[in-house]
Design a protein around this ligand. Structure first.
Ligand code: MN
Length: 305
């Protein structure tokens, strides 16, 4: 007999295979678990997910921290979530800061920003385990040319929901909402960004708004996802169908899972490197604007590492 929950359960459309790793600058050994243009299923409003590590860094030279120097972005948001290690950021709006385990940087590049991303001075000195993700979130056409902005979100501001009553796990609500728990991130369009930690054998059924696309990235361990309990392992992403409002995640081993759901934008996506717009002309304009120095200037002084 089908239960109401069973009928509402989202199904896995596909599991994206584990991609080969590559380096972003000399600081971020990443796998791009999904990226726009490469994956056919609709992942909107999300564009890309880089999973950095887990990786062990030797102590480095504090005068030459590992990372990525000044570069531009336009048309979307970069969301960095730290699990282990520390990253320092500075941008052309004058904002910046260091994030450590549990913290999040939500940077809205919108009309244009310059920034740099390096290991923090402390982490450079100590070395050690490094584990982080960077998610790219698309902006609707109406918001792509807005002024840039930046939200530093500390671990203690992020509510953690104990799911033990409904099967097990701990859910951090970074953006969106789960029950009464509201994520601190301000988003332009409706979305959920949730960190789920489960021990092997724990299982949870999460409620997702009607009409949301949903992606489940397994960062460590192995899990079973969706109505048919499809196995998904570390560095794979389950893409779920839009229909359904219940999302089931069951841990086969201790695991860390990033859950992304959102209302699709339904707009054309044309990207080139650090620019993601709606038309080819807008990309040419972005390149031209960048070359003419219209993305602002980095604040004077040494990197805030
Ligand atoms: Mn960047």
């Amino acid at each position: 007999m089908k239960t109401a929950a069973g009928e509402n359960m989202k199904k896995v459309v596909t599991v994206l295979p584990t991609p080969e790793p590559h380096w972003v600058g000399d600081g971020f050994p990443v796998r791009s678990l999904f990226s726009y243009g490469l994956q056919e299923p609709d992942i909107s409003p999300f564009l890309l997910l880089d999973h950095a590590g887990p990786h062990n860094f030797e102590p480095g030279n504090v005068n030459r921290p590992r990372g990525v120097g000044v570069h531009p972005h336009r048309g979307f948001e970069t969301v960095s979530i730290a699990y282990q290690g520390e990253v320092s950021h500075r941008d052309s709006t004058g904002q910046g800061g260091t994030i450590g385990p549990g913290d999040v940087q939500w940077m809205t590049a919108a009309g244009g920003i310059l920034h740099e991303e390096f290991h923090s001075q402390n982490f450079t000195r100590s070395g050690g385990p490094f584990h982080m993700v960077q998610l790219w979130v698309n902006l609707p056409a109406s918001h792509k040319m807005n002024p840039p902005s930046y939200q530093p979100i500390l671990a203690r501001e992020i509510p953690t929901v104990d799911l033990s009553a409904s099967g097990g796990g701990k859910l951090r609500v970074i953006a969106g909402a789960h029950g009464d728990a509201r994520g601190p991130a301000r988003t332009v369009t409706p979305m959920n960004v949730w960190d789920l930690q489960q021990r092997g054998g724990e299982s949870a059924t999460l409620t997702v708004p009607e009409g949301h696309n949903a992606l489940v990235a397994v960062l460590t361990g192995r899990a079973h996802i969706g109505a048919a309990a499809v196995p998904v392992k570390q560095d794979e992403v389950a893409v779920l169908e839009r229909a359904g409002t219940a999302l089931r995640v069951s841990a086969a081993t201790d695991c860390m899972v990033l859950i992304l759901t959102g209302e699709p934008l339904g707009e054309r996506v044309i990207g080139y490197g650090p620019f993601v717009m709606n038309t080819r002309e807008q990309i040419m304009q972005a390149i031209d604007d960048f070359n003419r120095g219209k993305f602002g200037e980095m604040p004077a002084g040494q990197p805030a590492v």
